[in-house]
Design a protein around this ligand. Structure first.
Ligand SMILES: NC(=O)N[C@@H](CC(=O)O)C(=O)O
Ligand SMILES: [Zn+2]
Ligand SMILES: [Zn+2]
Length: 362
C-alpha cells in the first residue's frame, strides 16, 4: 500500500515558480557522531562536503574523557578529510562522575575542545560511562562557567518508571531546569530537542540556553517509526514523538529564533546492529543533511530561513563568526544509495533507495 512519504521520497515539485538554486553560508553541524577507525572514511567526507565545522560527539568506546584523547581523536578525523577539504572538527569531552575540574581548565586552554557533553548514565548509545548524579557535577559545572565552556546535554532521564516518550520532559523538569538556575552563567544546549515541552523550555529560559534540532526529528514522528511495521532505521534517541511535537520543532527551526540551530545527530550504526532483535538507536543523515533540511524548509515555505538555522545561529551561540565559505544547492533530484561502506556490513542512510530533491553543487 502506498505510504504518504515525507521520509522516503522527495515532495512533488510545487506548480508555482519555485527557486531552483540556493547559495548560502556554509552550514555547521553542532551535533555529529563520526565514530572512529574505518568508519571515518565514510562519515568524514560526508560531513566535510556540507559542513564547515562540526561539534564531534565523544561517545566512543572508550569515551573521550580527556583533552589528550580529544586531541588524538581530532588528528584521526583530520587524517580522514578528503584532499582540499577545510572541515574543522570541534572537539568535546565526555563527562563522567569523576571528571576533575582541572580537566576543564585544560580543555579551555587547548582551544580544540569547544564543549563538554553530559550523558545521563545509560541514556543512549555508549552512555554507560555517563553521569549517575548530575548534582554531584556542580564543581565541574562551576569550572565550565568560569571558562565559558558550554555544556551540551542529552536530556533524558533513565528512571525505569518513566515512559520512554516522557523522558525528555521529565529530565527538563527534574534536572535541566534546576541545573540552569544553579549555574546562571553556564551556557547550556539541550541537544536534539524532540518535544513541544523542550521548545517551550528553551523559549522561556534565561539567556545562554539553546537547543539543537536534528533533520530526522523535523521529518519523522512516531508513526513513521511504528505504523505499518517497525522501521529500525528511524529509531533514535530521544525517540521521535507525536506530530504536534514535530510541528513545534519545525516552528522553532523556521521561526528565526537564534536559540534554535542545526545539530544533525547523524549517528551511524552497522546495518546488522540496526536490523536486529535489539536494535541500536541512531539515524544516519550526514550523506544528505543540508539537502533534506532544504526540503523541510521549502515545504514550510521558509527557504529564506535556512541559512539562519543552519549557518548563523549555532556559530553565534558558540562565539564564532559565520563560516567564510558558501555552498550551493540545486533542485536536481538524486537517488540515495541503499548502503554506504561501513565496518560490519555497511550503513543504511536515511531515505535509502529513495530520492532527495536538492543536490549539493560541486
Ligand atoms: N541519537 C541516537 O539515537 N544515538 C546517538 C547517541 C545520542 O546522541 O544520544 C549515537 O551515538 O548513536
Ligand atoms: Zn543524545
Ligand atoms: Zn547524538
Amino acid at each position: 500500500m502506498p505510504r504518504p512519504d515525507r521520509y522516503n521520497a522527495a515532495p512533488a515539485r510545487t506548480p508555482m515558480r519555485a527557486m531552483d538554486r540556493i547559495t548560502l553560508i556554509r552550514p555547521d553541524d553542532w551535533h555529529l557522531h563520526l565514530r572512529d577507525g574505518e568508519a571515518l572514511a565514510t562519515t568524514v567526507p560526508h560531513a566535510a562536503a556540507r559542513f564547515g565545522r562540526a561539534i564531534v560527539m565523544p561517545n566512543l568506546r572508550p569515551p573521550v574523557t580527556t583533552v589528550a584523547a580529544a586531541e588524538a581523536y581530532r588528528r584521526r578525523i583530520l587524517a580522514a578529510r578528503p584532499p582540499g577539504a577545510a572541515f574543522e572538527p570541534l572537539m568535546t569531552l565526555y563527562l563522567t562522575d569523576t571528571t576533575p575540574p582541572e580537566e576543564i581548565a585544560c580543555a579551555a586552554a587547548s582551544g580544540l575542545v569547544r564543549a563538554v557533553k553530559l550523558y545521563p548514565a545509560g541514556a543512549t548509545t555508549h552512555a554507560e560511562a555517563g553521569v549517575t548524579d548530575p548534582l554531584r557535577l556542580d564543581p565541574v559545572l562551576e569550572a565550565m562557567a568560569a571558562h565559558d565552556l558550554p555544556l551540551l546535554v542529552h536530556g533524558e532521564v533513565v528512571d525505569p518508571e518513566v515512559d520512554v516518550f516522557d523522558r525528555e520532559a521529565v529530565f527538563i523538569d527534574r534536572v535541566l531546569g534546576p541545573l540552569v538556575e544553579r549555574h546562571p552563567r553556564l551556557r547550556v544546549v539541550l541537544e536534539h530537542v524532540t518535544t513541544r515541552h523542550g521548545v517551550a523550555f528553551v523559549r522561556a529560559a534565561r539567556p545562554g540556553v539553546a537547543a539543537t534540532i536534528t533533520v530526522h526529528h523535523l521529518l519523522l514522528n512516531r508513526n513513521d517509526l511504528l505504523v505499518g511495521g517497525i522501521r529500525p532505521h528511524h529509531y533514535c534517541l530521544p525517540v521521535p514523538k507525536r506530530e504536534a511535537d514535530r510541528l513545534a520543532l519545525l516552528e522553532a527551526a523556521v521561526g528565526g529564533d537564534p536559540r534554535f540551530f542545526l545539530g544533525t545527530d547523524s549517528a551511524p550504526h552497522p546495518r546488522s546492529a540496526k536490523e536486529s532483535a535489539c536494535g541500536c538507536a541512531g539515524v544516519y543523515t550526514a550523506h544528505a543533511a543540508v539537502e533534506l533540511l532544504a526540503e523541510v524548509f521549502e515545504a514550510a515555505g521558509a527557504l529564506h530561513r535556512l541559512e539562519a538555522f543552519a549557518a548563523r545561529h549555532g556559530a553565534a551561540f558558540h562565539g564564532l563568526a559565520p563560516h567564510p565559505d558558501t555552498i550551493t544547492l540545486v533542485r536536481d533530484p538524486w537517488p540515495v544509495p541503499q548502503r554506504y561502506p561501513f565496518p560490519d556490513g555497511g550503513l543504511v542512510p536515511l531515505r535509502a533507495g529513495g530520492t532527495v530533491a536538492w543536490r549539493l553543487a560541486a
